[in-house]
Design a protein around this ligand. Structure first.
Ligand SMILES: [Zn+2]
Length: 170
């Protein structure tokens, strides 16, 4: 068993209380495996924990920090700089996952594509977004794909569309 697996907490056992998490290592990793639409995703994004902590701090600062947000930020900022481990971040915490996805798109992170079996620099990744409208709903898909067109991650937002009221027939 590698050290990596010993502190893996991406399973259903993932704990939402930051206090019970192991000390954050210098580098953390995020992978989705399957998106909300059940699409298989191939990206493993690795990034610096402190850099991400600063990003979260700024981002959450605009919406106001809760106590658990502050603990989360501290957990990333207190990352052990001597640690060579790469920790897989828990995916069950949707708020955290949304922040990771925003970070990956806005700041960029190197990504290992499992299908290609190689790593790509952030600038090699391509965005592939689209919007699908269905009655009064708009589904916003945001995606990153590798140079070989493998889906690395996909997020889905739902927006309700306001349409002018139809003129009633007489
Ligand atoms: Zn690929």
């Amino acid at each position: 068993m590698t050290t990596d697996q010993e502190i893996d907490f991406t399973s259903s056992k993932a704990r939402k209380r930051v206090e019970s998490w192991p000390v954050c290592p210098r580098r953390v990793r995020y992978y989705q495996f399957k998106s909300e639409t059940e699409a298989r995703t191939y990206g493993q994004f690795t990034f610096d924990a402190r850099r991400f902590g600063s990003f979260v701090n700024v981002w959450l600062g605009t919406t106001g920090h809760t106590k658990s947000d502050l603990r989360l930020v501290e957990w990333f900022l207190d990352a052990d700089q001597r640690s060579d481990e790469v920790l897989d971040l828990p995916r069950e915490w949707r708020k955290l996952e949304a922040l990771i996805q925003r970070f990956i798109r806005d700041q960029g992170a190197p990504c290992f594509c499992v299908a290609c079996n190689r790593e790509y620099a952030a600038k090699e990744l391509k965005r592939m977004d689209d919007t699908v409208e269905n009655s009064n709903r708009a589904y916003l898909y945001k995606r990153l794909i590798c140079p070989e067109d493998h889906l690395l991650y996909e997020s889905l937002d739902l927006r309700l569309i306001r349409r002018p009221q139809a003129i009633p027939r007489l």
